[in-house]
Design a protein around this ligand. Structure first.
Ligand SMILES: [Zn+2]
Length: 299
């Protein structure tokens, strides 16, 4: 598996004439898996270290469903919603970006039992761009990279709870790498509960490549998905959460209308529609941590 994902990185890197696509060591390109693990570990730290938002704008909803076994009340900052960020649904020792299926199922059950409503990407866009009303306990589920287990494990769980989610896929891996989704699977997921959107062509750190290469990877990915899925693809998650002002410009030029970072907070209109935050859910997080993160913006 590691070897395979490493080879993906090499293939994608050489395709785009990059010398390395990850956090790289001197002589050999490190794996995509290693890259996302390190990045997310770093993000996890920044999440725990984050500064809370101004509590003066808090509106607290104490009207909890009586069936709620948990006493945590849902706190809302006006205009702010939790956009959760996951990657792989599975288990791998010491890898927090994979969350075991039973643990993920337990989290989804909690959301269902406690009256959460999962927003689609279009609903999320309408909310942030046009102020279209959404249910009070709205939440967004996102999954980065496009792992095969998003089809085999995630999809059945979301169907069971009648939830919606979005997968941001690395299109260079589609139909090419065995641990990633196929185009046939993308089509099935996209027609059902999992909206397919872009995570670039080769998972580059966009902040570190020239502007024209940024536009190219963003556009190549968008064009591929639009052709495969016969729909407009307008949303993007920056690999490793890396972006600059130029990246936002490149995303606009490539035709995107909304983008997400990996900054660990609830999403708020004030973030800017091309730099929306997301809440990282680690495979190591326990239920108490999960419950705090989905109920309180100041977790
Ligand atoms: Zn990624």
């Amino acid at each position: 598996m590691i070897k395979k994902i490493s080879s993906l990185c090499l293939i994608l890197s050489s395709f785009l004439l990059l010398t390395s696509c990850s956090l790289g060591t001197n002589s050999k390109p490190s794996s995509l898996k290693e890259g996302i693990s390190k990045t997310d570990l770093k993000n996890n730290k920044s999440i725990s270290d984050e500064v809370s938002k101004d509590s003066s704008s808090l509106i607290t909803n104490n009207k909890q469903d009586n069936s709620n076994k948990n006493k945590t009340s849902f706190t809302k900052i006006k205009g702010s919603i939790p956009v959760l960020m996951y990657h792989s649904i599975g288990f791998e020792k010491d890898n927090p970006v994979r969350i075991p299926a039973d643990k993920f199922d337990e989290q989804m059950k909690y959301l269902k039992d406690n009256g959460f409503y999962t927003l689609s990407m279009d609903e999320t866009y309408d909310y942030f761009s046009k102020g279209k009303p959404i249910p009070e306990k709205s939440i967004v589920l996102t999954f980065d990279d496009g792992y095969l287990d998003n089809y085999t494990k995630l999809y059945p769980i979301l169907k069971k709870y009648k939830f919606k989610g979005t997968i941001f896929v690395i299109t260079g891996a589609i139909d090419k790498e065995k641990d990633f989704l196929t185009s046939a699977q993308l089509k099935e997921l996209d027609k059902n509960c999992l909206d397919i959107q872009s995570h670039t062509f080769a998972h580059e750190k966009l902040s570190e490549i020239p502007y024209d290469k940024q536009v190219k990877t963003l556009k190549t990915s968008k064009d591929f998905l639009e052709k495969q899925l016969n729909k407009k693809v307008s949303y993007l998650a920056y690999p490793y959460g890396k972006y600059t002002k130029n990246t936002i410009k490149a995303a606009k030029e490539a035709g995107y209308s909304m983008a997400f970072t990996t900054d660990g907070k609830w999403s708020d209109k004030s973030n800017g529609i091309f730099t929306l935050n997301r809440v990282y859910i680690s495979g190591f997080s326990d239920m108490d941590t999960f419950i705090k993160r989905v109920n309180n913006p100041n977790y």
